[in-house]
Design a protein around this ligand. Structure first.
Ligand code: G3P
Ligand code: MG
Length: 248
């Protein structure tokens, strides 16, 4: 039996400040099968790893990522909002995250979510695909987005890339959602999967987010999902291994 893959959401978001080097390092340390990160573009067109369109919630600064340069973004403390222990933490670039994972010889999956659902960031798809192709990374790269135009553009730029359709809710038959996009995986919200799975299990590989509670984790493991995206990868791995065995 294939084990359900455990993907660390924004790094290990539940135990460290999200989308920081510290959260990503923790996700690697606990043995996550995959790591999900969110990417935006700065004013000077750098690929920036952060969840929100603004830096207000997760740093001591204010403003839109698209209105700030990398130098400006780097001035802010990206850890103290979570705990004073992380006051030296800074917003990372995608390049810094990839170099860290490369140095750690991380062989899991890196799920880059392109955050183009509120701000479009023209050209972000091209930049991400070009950066991903820069070298033979030890990890596997996949993309996801709530913006279906971004997914289409990613496939246009690299027909071999793997893309996941992110969604919160649909009707019961998700095939009607995006018949024209050759998606490789679905990344639905847990509440959607909880309701639709009563009717049928989709044929597409499904990775549900955000699965944190023990009973939800067990539910997903019983359904033998392809993957789950969780804020607590260490806890999820422990429960997964209890339910599905340690694997190879
Ligand atoms: O990739 C799953 C999840 O990250 C999507 O929602 O808002 O946490 O980026 P969000
Ligand atoms: Mg995300």
């Amino acid at each position: 039996m294939n084990q359900t893959k455990i993907i660390a959401h924004r790094g290990s978001k539940g135990t460290h400040p999200e989308n920081t080097i510290e959260a990503i390092t923790e996700a690697v340390r606990v043995g996550s099968d995959g790591i999900e990160i969110d990417v935006h573009l700065s004013l000077d067109q750098e690929l920036i790893v952060i969840h929100d369109e603004t830096i207000d919630r997760t740093t001591n600064g204010k403003g839109l990522v698209q209105n700030l340069t990398l130098t400006q973004l780097k001035q802010f403390d990206a850890g103290s909002w979570y705990s004073s222990e992380y006051s030296t933490s800074r917003i990372p670039t995608l390049q810094e995250v990839f170099y860290l994972l490369d140095a750690a010889d991380y062989q899991g999956l890196v799920n880059i979510e392109l955050k183009t659902d509120k701000v479009l960031y023209p050209g972000i798809e091209e930049k991400v695909v070009a950066f991903a192709a820069e070298k033979n990374w030890p990890f596997t790269i996949e993309y996801s987005s709530f913006n279906y135009q971004t997914l289409i553009e990613l496939k246009r730029l690299d027909a071999t890339c793997k893309i996941a359709l992110l969604f919160k809710k649909t009707g019961k038959n998700v095939h009607f959602l995006t018949p024209d996009i050759p998606v490789n995986m679905w990344h639905p919200k847990l509440s959607w999967f909880r309701s639709v799975s009563l009717f049928r299990i989709p044929e597409m590989p499904v990775r549900v987010w955000t699965v944190n509670k023990s009973n939800d984790l067990q539910f997903c493991f019983c359904k033998n999902l392809a993957g789950i995206i969780t804020d607590y990868p260490q806890k999820a791995l422990e429960i997964r291994n209890k339910w599905q065995g340690e694997g190879e």
